[in-house]
Design a protein around this ligand. Structure first.
Ligand SMILES: [Fe+2]
Length: 199
């Protein structure tokens, strides 16, 4: 079954500090490109020669590597777009806010860690609930298919690639992270968090 491009859940000009041009290119070109490439790879995998599989180089290996790059590119971008469009305010009584407060000592400490993660990442800062220790973590990934923790369920994603901010903020990733956090829809994060099995 081919993967399809999901619409932006809000108009491209809705975000504060992140321009319509950036969001349009990000969604319509880059994210859509991952969806198209994933479909292309899945088609090519149907006929790739398994007998020539090799770890040094083989068509099969290259396809399998790019399969996870594009698959994770789709998953993380859909989470990134889905968890923006808010006004950055949160409700103390929400389960996610309570849990993050419990795990980090305060919600402000959690936010500080999330922003530091976005500034330190070359690709992604991903907030996830890790069932192995029953805690919320901010995980760092230098590319789509790097930094994942098996079993952890992502509930919020910050795209820290330069394409997400360079047109609006130049090389000032910190200013972009500050703008991004003002766009977070914490009600969406709450809905993803409360849908995690075992919560
Ligand atoms: Fe991106």
């Amino acid at each position: 079954m081919p993967f399809t491009v999901k619409d932006l859940p809000y108009p491209a000009n809705k975000l504060a500090g992140i321009s319509e041009k950036t969001t349009t290119i990000h969604h319509d070109k880059l994210y859509a490109g991952y969806v198209n490439k994933r479909n292309e790879i899945e088609e090519l995998l149907k006929t790739a020669d398994r007998n020539k599989a090799a770890a040094t180089f083989s068509e099969y290996r290259e396809l399998k590597l790019e399969e996870t790059f594009n698959a994770d590119g789709i998953i993380l971008h859909e989470l990134y777009f889905a968890t923006m469009g808010g006004d950055g305010t949160w409700k103390e009584e929400n389960a996610f806010v309570k849990k993050a407060t419990e795990d980090f000592g305060s919600f402000e400490t959690f936010l500080q860690d999330l922003k530091a993660c976005g500034i330190a990442a070359r690709g992604w800062a991903v907030t996830a609930y890790d069932q192995t220790d029953g805690s919320i973590h901010n995980f760092l990934g230098d590319s789509h298919n790097h930094g994942g923790v098996w079993g952890a369920t992502p509930v919020l994603a910050l795209d820290a690639y330069e394409h997400a901010y360079f047109m609006d903020f130049g090389s000032d990733r910190k200013a972009y992270v500050e703008a991004w956090i003002k766009n977070v829809d914490w009600a969406k994060v709450e809905s993803f968090f409360t849908a995690v099995p075992g919560i």
